[in-house]
Design a protein around this ligand. Structure first.
Ligand code: GLV
Ligand code: MN
Ligand code: MN
Length: 411
């Protein structure tokens, strides 16, 4: 019997529910930001489940957590599967954690099938995919893939000045019995299961999305420097109002990046005004830019407009634009997609090819080994919010498909 036969819907649902209690919000979502005590508790929980199943845990220097099912051939590079346990501040119960627990369930099913894989299979929880506390996200997978320097990432601070290095030390304390492993080991393949985070599969009555690739994304930090002044006494001529300058920049950017087709995705998700006092002219504004487009040439051209537009609207203030990350669109290799398509057909799961317009850790693994992704439907496409929902049967279908795909890749 194939491994998928041994996937247990109830067990998967119970584990998802247990994880959803860690960092649960009042409105039914999750706040489990990277390297918080909730993130540490979720990792601890995963290690406990892994130990009960006989999986070997390990962590690397950037805080990626692995649980290994040993293969029979120690010289074969492992197959990796997982996603992330961290969430947005008002995140849902499935983004990321589903991919980790689907991989865990798939491995448990493979164990139950009695067939020992030739290559080891590592369930992985990548550190800080979301990038809400420490920006930009996908830190763990980027460092694993050699796309970002370990020391530079460890030096990133959150808005309270806490560094990744210090936060990581606290999480490591919770996992002190877990051995360390070298960064960036050779990998034979990577498969990430994830909720779609869009409405297409649900609208079309399909269960599985075979992900063709991931659209490109550039992120920027903008700092506008003005001067604090008295709201009652300073004249307009004297003021260097960082807020008014920032608003002019934001409006000009929104106009320049507007497309009638609604393909360009332009988001300012963070906007911090200082000193943020009612009777003081704003001395500085920091804001973020998240820009996405499936065509890498268009993404390049649009992203290149950002700095000149900000400079043109700075007025008497100073502005500094820093590009934090730049990731072009990518296509997953066709043989990996075909493997998933065939396995889905074998399980009678209705599927279609689909582009991921959200980012995922698979983006970085793509440059390390043959990689692929499996999507399951998201109700109404709602995500990065507390009402995010996917049905237990769809989640289980995704885990069943993953079990068969991992079995084949590790055989
Ligand atoms: C991932 O969470 C993204 O922002 O695409
Ligand atoms: Mn995610
Ligand atoms: Mn997310």
């Amino acid at each position: 019997m194939s491994a998928s036969t041994f996937v247990d819907e109830k067990r998967l649902a119970q584990r998802l529910a247990a994880m959803a209690r860690i960092g649960a919000t009042e409105k039914g979502g999750v706040n489990r930001q990277a390297l918080s005590k909730e993130d540490a508790a979720a990792q601890r929980q995963l290690v406990q489940w892994g130990e009960a199943l006989g999986l070997k845990p390990s962590v690397d220097a950037i805080g990626n957590l692995f649980l290994r099912l040993e293969g029979t051939d120690a010289s074969a590079p492992p197959v990796l599967s997982g996603s992330h346990l961290d969430s947005q501040p008002t995140g849902g119960k499935f983004d990321g954690v589903f991919g980790v627990l689907a991989a865990f369930e798939a491995v448990e099913a493979i164990v139950a099938s009695g067939v020992k894989p030739r290559a080891s299979i590592d369930v992985v929880a990548w550190m800080n995919e979301e990038g809400s506390r420490f920006a930009p996200g996908m830190m763990g997978s980027a460092v694993f893939a050699g796309a970002r320097e370990l020391d530079a990432v460890l030096a990133v601070v959150d808005k309270h000045g806490v560094s990744v290095k210090d936060a990581l030390r606290d999480v490591r304390e919770t996992l002190r019995d877990v051995p360390e492993r070298a960064l960036g080991e050779r990998v034979s393949a990577y498969v990430e299961a994830h909720i779609e985070q869009g409405p297409h599969l649900e609208n079309e009555g399909l269960t599985i999305g075979v992900v063709t690739g991931i659209q490109g994304k550039r992120t920027f930090a903008v700092r506008v420097e003005g001067e604090a002044a008295h709201a009652g006494t300073s004249t307009r001529a004297e003021r260097k109002d960082a807020l008014l300058a920032a608003i002019a920049m934001v409006q000009a950017l929104a106009d320049a990046l507007h497309d009638a087709e609604d393909i360009v995705k332009f988001t300012i998700g963070r906007f911090d005004v200082k000193p943020s006092a009612p009777s003081v002219v704003a001395s500085s504004v920091d804001f973020s830019i998240d820009l996405r487009h499936p065509d890498s040439n268009v993404l390049q051209a649009l992203g290149d407009k950002i700095q000149p537009i900000c400079e043109a609207h700075a007025g008497v203030c100073a502005v500094r634009v820093t590009e934090l990350s730049k990731a072009m669109s990518l296509d997953f290799p066709e043989p990996m997609r075909a493997l998933i398509r065939d396995a889905a057909s074998g399980l009678d799961l209705r599927h279609r090819d689909i582009l991921s317009t959200a980012g995922h850790d698979a983006r970085y693994l793509h440059y390390v080994c043959p990689s692929a992704m499996i999507f399951v439907p998201s109700h109404l496409g709602l995500t990065h919010c507390e009402t995010e929902y996917s049905s237990s049967s769809d989640l289980t279908a995704g885990a069943r498909l993953l079990a068969d795909v991992l079995s084949k890749l590790a055989a």
